[in-house]
Design a protein around this ligand. Structure first.
Ligand code: AMP
Length: 116
């Protein structure tokens, strides 16, 4: 069940500001408010998806592929493609997801110590 009052839903509706990195019709990328690396960008679909599985189930393959293409666009925009980066999506309780709107973390700009 999707909670329309989560903080990312409010950002999408423009009720809360964000530090935008990239936006198009379907996706929004913005800087994490509490970065854990030099670059820490969050990427979200604008549609109502609670977590990773919800995003995959609710969307057609073109949208899913486009999200990955836009992640790569942002990686290039940040200039972290050469030295490397980490992409993470926390999903659900065991995954440690805090905001219940599907998102990926793009981490880079320095050696990322976090190990999975
Ligand atoms: P997760 O634990 O994967 O759900 O990650 C949620 C992320 O959202 C955390 O890294 C937070 O720092 C970030 N966050 C929470 N509120 C905001 C906000 N208003 N703007 C940007 N990032 C946020």
């Amino acid at each position: 069940m999707y909670n329309k009052n989560n903080i990312f839903a409010k950002i999408i509706r423009g009720e809360i500001p964000c530090d935008k990195v990239y936006e198009d019709e379907n996706f929004l990328f913005f800087n994490d408010i509490n970065p854990i690396s030099k670059f820490h960008v969050l990427g979200i679909p604008k549609s109502q998806c609670a977590d990773f599985s919800d995003f995959i189930i609710k969307n057609n393959p073109e949208i899913i592929a486009d999200f990955f293409k836009k992640i790569n666009l942002v990686i290039q925009k940040l200039g972290i493609d050469k030295n490397g980066f980490k992409i993470i999506s926390n999903s659900g309780q065991d995954g440690g997801q805090e905001v219940p709107h599907f998102h990926v973390h793009i981490l880079g700009g320095e050696k990322i110590r976090l190990r999975v």
